[in-house]
Design a protein around this ligand. Sequence first.
Ligand SMILES: *[C@@H]1O[C@H](CO)[C@@H](O)[C@H](O)[C@H]1NC(C)=O
Length: 557
Amino acid sequence: CSCPCKCTHWPKGMAFSLEERLQLGIHGLLPPCFINQDVQLLRVLKNYDMKRDDLDRYVFLMGLQDRNEKLFYRVLLSDVERFMPIIYTPTVGLACQQYGLIFRKPRGLFITIHDRGHIASVLQNWPEKDIRAVCVTDGERILGLGDLGCYGMGIPVGKLALYTACGGMPPQQCLPVMLDVGTDNETLLKDPLYIGLRHKRVRGQAYDDLLDEFMKAVSDRYGMDCLIQFEDFANVNAFRLLTKYRNQYCTFNDDIQGTAAVAVAGLLAALRITKSKMCDHTIVFQGAGEAAMGIAELITMAMEKEGLAKDECLKKIWMVDSKGLIVKGRDHLTHEKERFAHDHPHMKKLEDVIQELKPTAIIGVAAVAGAFSEQIIRDMASFNERPIIFALSNPTSKAECTAEQCYTLTEGRGIFASGSPFDPVTLPDGRMFYPGQGNNAYIFPGVGLGITACAIQHVTEEIFLTAAEALAHLVTEKDLAEGRLYPPLSSIRDVSLKLAVKIMEYAYEHNLATLRPEPSDKQAHIHSLCYSTDYDEFVVDSYRWPEDSMVVQSCKL
Ligand SMILES: *[C@@H]1O[C@H](CO)[C@@H](O)[C@H](O)[C@H]1NC(C)=O
């Protein structure tokens, strides 16, 4: 694009200097005043305060992202804790449900099942040539909200905005992709505002062919080290595709592996409170889907690292799905669930399971709101000095229990983390607790940054354990004393940088990095790749407008 004022990544509005306005031929197209980014930030924040609800705030911020990208990220970084719940869970869920209504301008690349055979040429239409990270969804299981079809595009868009805001990855190197294969959601098929294909989901061979072609086309165009992050696919496809592609491409599934790393980081931080080892724990999962399997896998790895045999590790983990406790010989057991099926009579209710197994930790990941009943939380508090209770389902409306319920019913002894944010809780005796938010944003931007910074081509499970350990390590004693299992969100840029450095170190040690020569100062290397929200200068030095020209004279007045 030869005109910076009209190009999506470059505009700076009234921050264009006089010289820039003259050289770029936009003099007169802006009000005469020069306004720097600090003042622009102030203006945005004042407007933001006038919005009535979170959906309005979302629409407002997305509008800003379209108009002035640098200012958008400057706003996000000015208070990550405040803006994250708007551009990400929980508000992004609401936005996806109404994506057709709030649609203003397309963002990201839409590839449909009917583009089979032509994906490479669709990719050619994307204006950027150097893409380092792709985030892709087929919209079948958006957060805990179900099949939102093409409306699910809000998720890759939001995730990649966090790659930049939290990880510092330049936005032009990130590509959000919707693979539209249809939707089975009747509400959407009848919705006049729906933006996607109006037919049922195409499954089977045609679906698989689409994904194969997509993976190949992306790697052909952007390189084997272009990271492809899978997001919000349904269980049936998520595991299958991860297994199929993980050794072939540079890819990971955030719902399985990213969620796992952030949950395990929370557990590792909890171990610092309980002064115990991972293998001292018995863990019950409410849910046996992507998140549960991913977390269980990493917990097993952490236990093995402590010296426990693999079989013994698996025995410490129990899962409850919609049919009850997963035990040997039960019906409806997928290959993944089979691994965590133990010899035990079948039990249907979570309450009974908890009373029977007396776990030290319970982890909710099934998007069944309120699944951790008063009874369960009280029981956990009676079995354990410091019960670990993680209500990880998103958005907030799907959480297994609230932070307040956990702290109140355990008299402040519960070690709590949630997926979506909860406000701090004050108990009647005046003690205050800050619930940990096991937000995936602690993990994937740092992991993505680390992977792309040294051109890792295959994302191993150990990379996620490394990230989890590094994250848990960043929690201070003071954080722990206040109930926080994660570093403050406000420090996320620094957290991501440190995670990325750890991952680079790990990658070079284990021969996973393909960038040569190995940068000696890894932190400096990563820094050099990071996006700055400062405006670029567009004045060409060699070009000088004659000082005595009328234009220059009149502007100076
Ligand atoms: C169908 O779409 C609507 C509107 O976006 C959403 O609220 C609902 O959760 C979806 N239902 C299912 C079953 O996926």
